[in-house]
Structures are given as structure tokens and as C-alpha cells.
Ligand binder design. Structure first.
Ligand code: GLA
Length: 399
């Protein structure tokens, strides 16, 4: 009896520490993050306006859930060490802001850093992890993006485990977004630590550029896509490869935005809008709220697409989905349009990692064009596929 008591005590102690909140991100998280468009220009008025616009624009109905304030919301720590929001930017305090966001049926996200400062130089969580986690829980935070600047001497896995354990101890289920840019192979250890991990340096607003910051680079959409490709075996429900926030609506051409959004859906990576959702063109709204494309991203199997082949300048990507369905995307990387005949019956898509096979010679699939939003026939008809310059054609195939 005594032995049993001690054994259960050990079990309970092990339970209380050393784990993440399971099941908070069974499909890739969807929401909005302030950084890509607003950088340090964050305030409670902005965040409330964004939350309102997420409801009014139809984004909430399309599945966007988290409203995440990235860097620069911070003020000082109080005399007891508790972090406070910037008094001028967030005069009503974070609890009031969280309550407002929750009242709209949305969830509230915040940002901190494993180092002693955030990347923009505000107070980081190093040495305050348990206290910060407690403060976030008191505020009603639902999502924490945790960054990696000013972390000299820290071990990444250990540092992220510390905040994981602190969040668990604070008792409020909070999604943990690991952001160390893929520097320490987070795909090897992140599954037990957080719900998603960034795979690369920051996304830059361009199709295929590298933007050199001196000690690090930010990357265009295609560069991140290519770097992300090899990581598909690590992706899955509750532990996602994070290809970074979306740049849709921030200034690229609409065809590029469409390609970028489609590929983030294909990758089963988080869909965190990064634009000013209070002022969107209809084209941007139509991209961000294309529910059929979003459904590909949110497919319960959570399988990241693989690159099947290239025809001319078009990469063919395939994403296995529930009920033996699949999505197929033809991404034209070039600045000129292309057109080709595609005889489905000559192709077999084989996913060796997730053990799926799609053969079109014996089985006929119906094809749904997810941007034209129309059924365009079946796979036993040879079709000509036209992909405009720097654009994409995306299909869902079902029997
Ligand atoms: C890092 C992150 C970005 C953003 C900034 C904020 O660069 O990778 O996503 O959070 O810090 O300073």
C-alpha cells in the first residue's frame, strides 16, 4: 500500500512537470500576428481593431482564431518582477484586451523570448520563466510565441522545455510556438516541447529573394518553401513545422499571394495572417478566406505535401488527405505563363513516408479546382493545365 502511494506520488510529480498541454493544435493553428505588417507599432487600439476586422471580414468564420501580439508590447517588470505591458500602448492592460478578444469568440496570443531581451530589445523571459507563465495565465493568454534572441549560453531544447514546464505549472492551456529559426534542429525535439516550431529565418516580402540582415537572412516565399520541403516527415497533428507568418496582402502581386497561400495550405503549416486585416482589398479577402483551400490545410491527417515532379517551370505538389482524397498543386515558379497536357493515368503519386499511393489508371477521381471553385471533370480525361506566371493551380481530388 505504502509502495503504491509512493509510486503514484512519483507518477503525479512526473505528470506535473515535463509535458506540454496535449491536443491544443490538432490541425495547424490559424490566426493573425502583428509582426509582418506592424513590427513594433502595436497598441491595444490596433489589436482590438484587428480582432473586430477578423470577425467582420469573415476570417473568423473561415477558421482564423488566434490574435497574436508579437514583439514590443512590453513595459517594465514591476517591483515583484512581474512583466507589465507598455503603459501607453496598452493602457487598459492585457487582461482587458484578452477579455475583449475572448468576447468576440477569438483567442489571445502573446510573444516573449528565451533570452534576457526580446529580439527588439524588450525584457525577455530568461530567469523569469515561471513568473511570466503565471502572468500570461492570469491575463488569459491562449498562445505564446517564444523567440530566441539574446540567448548566449543557453541550450535550445532545455530553454524551450523550461517555458513548456512553466506554462504547464501555471495551469492554463497555452499553445507553445517555438521560434528559433530552425537553428537547433527543433524538428528533432520539438514534438514533446511545443505545438509548432519555426523552420527557417524570417519570411521576407518577396517571391524568391534573400534579404541579408548581416548576421542572418530573411527569405522570400520560394526560398522558405524549398527549405521546408525536406522536413515533411516531422510534421503532424499537434507538432507542426512552422514556415512563418503569411505575407498575403502585404504588397506582392495577387498571383504570388495566391501561390504563397496555397502552398502554406499544402504544407499543412500554420496559417497566421500577417497583413492589415482592417484594410484589405477584395482580392486579399478572397485569398485569405478561401474555405476550400483552408480545408486542405486543416485536413485531419496533417500531412505536409511532397514535391512529386516538375514539368517545365511548374512544380507538382501532392498532399494526401483523409478518406483517400488528395490535393495537387501546380506551382509555376517562372515569370512567364505555362501550359501543358497532363495525363493523370500516366502518373502514380507515391508517398513513401506516410505510405500512401494514388494511382489514376485503375481509379477515377473527380477534380475540383479550388481557385476557380468549380468541378472540372475527372482524371480519365487528359486535360490541358494553364498556370499563369508566378501563380498556382490547385485541385482537390476525390473519388
Ligand atoms: C524574430 C522572429 C520574428 C519576430 C521578431 C520580433 O526575428 O523570428 O518572427 O518575432 O523576432 O522581434
Amino acid at each position: 500500500m505504502k509502495k503504491l502511494f509512493f509510486l503514484s506520488l512519483i507518477f503525479l510529480t512526473v505528470q506535473a512537470y515535463g509535458q506540454k498541454f496535449e491536443g491544443l493544435a490538432k490541425t495547424p493553428p490559424m490566426g493573425w500576428n502583428s509582426w509582418n505588417h506592424f513590427a513594433c507599432n502595436v497598441s491595444e487600439d490596433l489589436i482590438k481593431g484587428i480582432a473586430d476586422a477578423m470577425v467582420e471580414s469573415g476570417m473568423k468564420d473561415a477558421g482564423y482564431e488566434y490574435v497574436v501580439i508579437d514583439d514590443c508590447w512590453h513595459g517594465e517588470r514591476d517591483e515583484d518582477g512581474f512583466i507589465q505591458p507598455h503603459p501607453e500602448r496598452f493602457p487598459s492592460g492585457m487582461r482587458a484586451l484578452a477579455d475583449y478578444i475572448h468576447s468576440l469568440g477569438l483567442k489571445f496570443g502573446i510573444y516573449s523570448c528565451a533570452g534576457y531581451k526580446t529580439c527588439a530589445g524588450y525584457p525577455g523571459s530568461r530567469g523569469y520563466e515561471y513568473q511570466d507563465a503565471l502572468q500570461y495565465a492570469r491575463w488569459g493568454v491562449d498562445y505564446l510565441k517564444y523567440d530566441w534572441c539574446y540567448t548566449e549560453g543557453l541550450n535550445a531544447e532545455g530553454a524551450f522545455m523550461t517555458i513548456r514546464d512553466a506554462l504547464y505549472e501555471a495551469g492554463r492551456p497555452i499553445v507553445l510556438s517555438i521560434c528559433e529559426w530552425g537553428n537547433n534542429n527543433p524538428w528533432d525535439w520539438g514534438k514533446d516541447v511545443g505545438h509548432l516550431w519555426r523552420t527557417t529565418g524570417d519570411i521576407h516580402l518577396c517571391w524568391d529573394c534573400e534579404y541579408d540582415h548581416g548576421t542572418w537572412s530573411a527569405w522570400g516565399f520560394l526560398k522558405i518553401l524549398d527549405m521546408h520541403e525536406q522536413l515533411r516527415k516531422y510534421n503532424g497533428p499537434d507538432h507542426w513545422n512552422d514556415a512563418d507568418m503569411l505575407q498575403v496582402g502585404n504588397g506582392m502581386d495577387v498571383n504570388m499571394d495566391r501561390a504563397h497561400f496555397s502552398m502554406w495550405a499544402m504544407l499543412a503549416t500554420p496559417l497566421m495572417a500577417g497583413n492589415d486585416v482592417r484594410n484589405m482589398t477584395q482580392e486579399t479577402v478572397d485569398i485569405l478566406t478561401n474555405e476550400e483551400v483552408i480545408a486542405v490545410n486543416q485536413d485531419p491527417l496533417g500531412i505536409q505535401a511532397f514535391k512529386y515532379d516538375r514539368i517545365g517551370t511548374a512544380d507538382i505538389w501532392v498532399k494526401p488527405m483523409e478518406n483517400d482524397e488528395l490535393a495537387a498543386a501546380f506551382l509555376n515558379r517562372a515569370e512567364f505563363p505555362m501550359e501543358f497536357e497532363f495525363n493523370w493515368e500516366e502518373h502514380i503519386f507515391i508517398d513513401e513516408i506516410f505510405e500512401k499511393e494514388f494511382s489514376f489508371s485503375g481509379t477515377t477521381y473527380n477534380i475540383r479546382d479550388l481557385w476557380a471553385k468549380e468541378d472540372i471533370g475527372t482524371t480519365n480525361v487528359v486535360k490541358s493545365i494553364k498556370v499563369p506566371a508566378n501563380d498556382i493551380v490547385m485541385y482537390r481530388l476525390h473519388k
